[in-house]
Design a protein. Structure first.
Length: 391
């Protein structure tokens, strides 16, 4: 898709003029999670990387999408295009785009995990390497959290000395772009498949969940009931989920406890060895914490009120304007009111919407992001709240 130069220049002027480049005027916190659902947001738009690894900006106000490239008639297909090469956690700080590059390398007989930091102008040009961090790396698909100019992520040392093959060391890292340093670099664990899931910020603390396997599982091949039961039991035996939070002022890491209502419901199912038991995950949005294990869900509102919903999977849901939205598709869909858990009807009139996601509520409209399988691209549409939700 080719965009004219004046759109790119207007984009550059808009982005460089944003006083709150990493926050939303409607959100209670300037800290937010970046993962496969939620992208790096400006006050009225978001950055995203398409299937061709090109960086885009989607403006929610005008519902327009531009590739971050100032060249008129650029085909956006090779390294001469400035939209390419910025796919690893692009964010903006101080009117510039920053991103990472995995720089893991061999030094003699050792493999050293590393991370390069790059900066470019808001149109993607003039890129320079600003820093190199040794000891950890960050892959483009990993989740992160951003706020106050710092990107928090699970830094991985994939080749630690003295560890069994396949064990990775995991650190909670927070990279400060303005000061070019790791403001946080705390060891979390050593294990197989170690990863961090960020939940969000609440009361000045960044909540996250640490998942890893403390030893190799004894897997059995085959698709028999016996093999599936054995593998499920093995996965439970070796898997660990730890619930942590970072004080954003003191940078102290402490534990947090799961609410009793969701924890007790989860434990009842653990007595069935054949049941697929997943960890309890949480997301914090609009001042509420939503805890779910893909079977039941507990909503803890900003006022502390708890709403327990049986047989409702609240994981990975969009939350906007006081509603929790299921995946959207053309036609009738469902949502839940955040305040009381009541189910409401959502109507999507736009054609060809599948697995749509409410990216934002802005000026009385819901901005829906979806992948159009016919054109093989990400598209956006804006829907009036009055036409969208039926109480």
């Amino acid at each position: 898709m080719k965009k004219s130069l004046w759109i790119i220049l207007a984009l550059a002027l808009f982005l460089s003029g944003c006083g709150k480049s990493a926050s939303s005027s409607s959100a209670p916190s300037e800290y937010f999670v970046i993962d496969y659902n939620d992208r790096f947001q400006y006050e009225n738009g978001e950055l995203y990387v398409d299937t061709a690894q090109r960086l885009h900006f989607a403006d929610f106000s005008s519902v327009t999408d531009v590739i971050i490239c100032p060249k008129p008639n650029c085909p956006h297909t090779d390294e001469s295009c400035s939209a390419l090469g910025m796919d690893n956690h692009p964010v903006t700080v101080g009117g510039n785009i920053y991103w990472f590059e995995d720089s893991t390398r061999c030094e003699g007989d050792k493999t050293v995990s590393g991370l390069n930091v790059y900066k470019a102008a808001i149109d993607g040009t003039g890129r320079v390497k600003t820093d190199t961090v040794d000891g950890v790396t960050l892959l483009s698909g990993a989740g992160s959290a951003f706020g106050s100019g710092v990107l928090y992520f699970g830094g991985v040392n994939e080749h630690p000395e003295g560890r069994p093959f396949g064990v990775r060391e995991l650190y909670l890292c927070g990279y400060d772009f303005a000061n070019k340093r790791l403001a946080v670099n705390e060891f979390l664990c050593a294990g197989y498949s170690a990863d961090v899931t960020f939940c969000g910020e609440l009361g000045g603390e960044l909540y996250f969940i640490l998942n890893y396997q403390e030893e190799n599982a004894d897997w059995r091949e085959g698709d028999t009931d016996e093999a599936r039961k054995h593998n499920g039991e093995e996965l439970r035996r070796v898997s660990v989920a730890e619930y942590k939070k970072l004080d954003l002022e003191t940078l102290e890491i402490t534990d947090w406890e799961l609410p009793e209502k969701i924890l007790s419901a989860h434990k009842k199912r653990e007595s069935d060895p054949s049941a697929p038991i997943l960890p309890i995950y949480a997301q914090i949005k609009e001042g509420a914490m939503i805890c779910s294990d893909c079977v039941d869900t507990l909503i803890i509102g900003p006022n502390g009120r708890e709403i327990f919903i049986e047989n409702y999977n609240g994981n990975d849901k969009a939350v906007a304007n006081g509603y929790i939205f299921d995946d959207l598709s053309t036609g009738g869909c469902k949502a839940r009111r955040l305040s009381d858990g009541k189910e409401v009807t959502v109507t999507v009139a736009e054609e060809n919407v599948k697995a749509g996601y409410v990216a934002k509520y802005l000026d009385g409209k819901y901005i829906i992001r979806y992948f159009d399988f016919d054109s093989q691209q990400t598209l956006y549409c804006a829907v009036s709240g009055d036409e969208f939700i039926s109480e």
